[in-house]
Design a protein around this ligand. Structure first.
Ligand code: CP
Ligand code: NVA
Length: 306
């Protein structure tokens, strides 16, 4: 069982994972963080990009469930450079019980998964960040208790985080309006996939692309992400120009009816979001970060049970 995008797991199972994550969070809040459920399991984390939350939340998750983690960073494996991706995948599969992979092109993750004989979890590619989106759904659910009537809006870049949120809204049925610069729209195949999922699970498309800020209404949640993602540093100058006017600031929040503010982090304070907003009373960004750990615990339990 792999978790490469949200649509790899059926909606009812995703709900089971979220409900189990809630139990695990409650147990931890009562001081019960160590559970002997993944004893003997070894998880490899192979990361070709930097990370704070994804690495720490996965390592903490597996350690607290009595398994162990081995981390390999950007200078070690050299996927497709030092060695063919298929050879790394086959080798790793002989040692450990699961892999959490952070890489660049999504096709590299698919190639790795095709050649691995153990579960592979997407820890972020240029195209998708499913662990983030699943924890974000958990964060929205714990705030609103039901997802049906929650109105969310994403303002920013049409890449990995928005792509996974589009799949999340289409699976879980919450409204997701989004606005990106015309040069940074989500790819058509992602929108098509989200439409198909939306119809499958909700009978109608629940997300909507907005072409100007006047079309924004009142929301329960506003979400943003960096304008220059990891690996896009060479395009920074052009991208920063494209995103002029897309900042989530106090003025915008008042126009949107003071929604909760979400951001996957890391944030580039002063670019896509102001200090005042990220540190303000509506911000739930550190709940999102914490919830990565609870949700990934439940995900790991499920992946090895199935
Ligand atoms: N949100 C997230 O994935 O953070 P890191 O890049 O620090 O892992
Ligand atoms: N879009 C960002 C997300 C970081 C969690 C990036 O890819 O760098």
């Amino acid at each position: 069982m792999n978790f490469l995008t949200l649509s790899d797991i059926d909606k009812d199972i995703l709900w089971e994972i979220l409900k189990r994550a809630r139990v695990l969070k409650e147990l931890r809040e009562q001081g019960i963080s160590r559970l002997d459920v993944l004893s003997g399991k070894i998880l490899a984390l192979i990361f070709e990009k930097p990370s704070t939350r994804t690495r720490l939340s996965f390592e903490t998750a597996i350690l607290e469930l009595n398994g162990s983690a081995i981390f390999m960073g950007p200078n070690e494996v050299g996927l497709g450079k030092r060695e063919a991706i298929c050879d790394v995948a086959r080798t790793v599969s002989r040692y450990v019980h699961g892999v959490v992979l952070r890489t660049f092109a999504h096709k590299n993750l698919l190639e790795f998964a095709d050649n691995a004989t153990i579960p592979v979890i997407n820890a972020l590619t240029d195209s998708f960040h499913p662990c983030q989106a699943l924890a974000d759904v958990f964060t929205i659910w714990e705030r609103f208790e039901s997802l049906d009537r929650v109105r969310t809006c994403f303002i920013g870049d049409g890449n990995n985080v928005l792509n996974s949120l589009l799949l999340a809204s289409s699976i879980f049925g919450f409204q997701l309006d989004f606005i990106t610069p015309s040069t940074q729209r989500p790819a058509k195949d992602v929108l098509d996939r989200a439409s198909d999922l939306s119809i499958k699970y909700n009978g109608r498309v629940v997300f909507k692309e907005l072409d100007n800020f006047k079309a924004l209404g009142n929301y329960d949640v506003v979400y943003t992400d960096v304008w220059v993602s990891m690996g896009q540093e060479a395009e920074a100058e052009i991208k920063l120009k494209d995103f002029m006017g897309f900042q989530v600031n106090q003025d915008l929040l008042s126009k949107l009816g003071h929604p909760l503010v979400m951001h996957c982090l890391p944030a580039h304070r002063g670019q896509e979001i102001t200090d005042e907003v990220i540190d303000g009373p509506y911000s739930v960004v550190f709940d999102q970060a914490e919830n990565r750990m609870h949700v990934q615990k439940a995900l790991l339990e499920y992946i090895w049970r199935s």
